[in-house]
Design a binder for this molecule. Structure first.
Ligand code: NI
Length: 160
């Protein structure tokens, strides 16, 4: 496994639409492992393949404090949402920043796992937010487009 370089806002790869994964191979298995390692190392709760420069529809998420419950989503689709939550959101591709974004409070996602078998996940709160945020990356969207009000520096918030 290896840590990959995380692309930051301004890198045009983050604005492109990622491609559907049609078959699993060793390269993609390595990419999944590398993305998990990169996400944990950066202390993020999610990472999408375009963030490491790969335009494939692949996302890894782990919102648990223990970091022991990885979710791998290949070709994910949101199939149901409900409710609303408004709160702070950040992104490993926008380091040091945070902004308020409204998302559904419940999200149901259909995807393939690393064996290319169909899986369905339901998430509430932070997990629902992560599903929306990471799937947006696959369509070239960053949360900053959806921020209500201004983008804050994490360091400013800590000083208050
Ligand atoms: Ni992000």
């Amino acid at each position: 496994m290896a840590i990959r370089n995380i692309r930051t806002m301004g890198d045009t790869v983050l604005n492109k639409t990622a491609k559907v994964i049609t078959e699993m191979n060793d390269r993609t298995q390595i990419l999944i492992d590398d993305m998990l390692e990169t996400m944990y190392e950066a202390q993020g709760v999610g990472l999408a393949a375009p963030q490491v420069g790969i335009l494939k529809r692949l996302v890894v998420i782990d919102v648990t404090p223990e970091g022991d419950s990885p979710i791998i989503l290949i070709n994910p689709e949101i199939i149901e949402t409900s409710g609303e939550q408004t709160g702070d959101e950040g992104c490993l591709s926008v380091p040091g920043k945070v902004g308020v974004v409204t998302r559904p409070n419940y999200v149901k996602v259909k995807a393939l796992d690393r064996n290319m078998e169909e899986v369905v996940y339901e998430g509430e709160g932070l997990l629902a937010r992560a599903f929306c945020h990471e799937i947006d990356h696959l369509d070239g969207h960053l949360y900053v487009e959806k921020v209500e009000g201004k983008l804050y520096n994490v360091s400013d918030l800590e000083e208050e």
